[in-house]
Design a protein around this ligand. Structure first.
Ligand code: ZN
Length: 217
């Protein structure tokens, strides 16, 4: 079983305690970076995250809390969509209390280049929790974080990050940079990608199709 699959009831893990910094999870299977930490076979077929028919397989192999958080992030992404913003949503789950803080992209609405979903949610969480250190939190976001957001995640010391679909043009977790697992930085996250990947992707696709139909970029 995977690290997650072997302990499905442990939804309130803190990442920093149970997770190993720098762990990478893809498609529900752990991908170890250290040679002496070979992932055990899950005995389950895990569809690759870019497979169009992988939704059911992915959902079933992810930690239930990760899936729940991503579904909440998708609701936030839909709120952005309704505002005409690129539909990206984020949820931060404070493990000790169960409090959740949400954010969606507000770049156009606020005319703010930093108003990405993750930044909006991190500001909300830090204000409410009374600290810039979000060490007991899980962050779920529908799109792979950009360099700015990945940098803020590192600075906030968030131990566990879940994202939906990759961003080949700006992603700073896997696609272009690997800021959340860079050994040179003073903080590393456990990362899970591909949760609800098709829903995250299809919302973005629908948005950009609509923008093109409206003659917008
Ligand atoms: Zn960003």
């Amino acid at each position: 079983m995977s690290e997650f699959g072997s302990n499905p009831s442990n939804g309130h893990r803190t990442g920093g305690q149970n997770g190993r910094a720098g762990d990478r999870i893809r498609g529900g299977s752990p991908v170890s970076q250290s040679p002496d930490d070979t992932p055990e076979s899950t005995g389950q077929k895990v569809a690759p995250s870019d497979s169009s028919d992988s939704v059911a397989a992915n959902t079933s192999t992810f930690d239930p809390l990760d899936v729940e958080l991503m579904r909440a992030a998708l609701i936030e992404a839909e709120r952005a969509f309704e505002l005409g913003e690129v539909p990206i949503g984020c949820v931060i789950h404070h493990v000790p209390t169960g409090q959740r803080f949400v954010g969606h992209n507000l770049r156009e609405t606020d005319r703010d280049p930093s108003a990405h979903a993750e930044i909006v949610a991190m500001r909300s969480a830090a204000r409410a929790l009374g600290s810039w250190r979000l060490v007991d939190c899980i962050l779920a976001v529908t799109l792979e974080p950009c360099p700015m957001c990945a940098g803020a995640i590192v600075n906030a010391r968030i131990p566990h990050v879940i994202y939906g679909t990759r961003d080949p043009k700006a992603g700073a977790v896997d696609s272009l940079y690997q800021l959340l697992t860079d050994e040179r930085l003073n903080h590393r996250c456990r990362v899970v990608e591909g949760v609800e990947v098709e829903a995250c992707r299809s919302l973005l696709r629908t948005f950009f199709q609509r923008q093109r139909a409206l003659g917008k970029k």
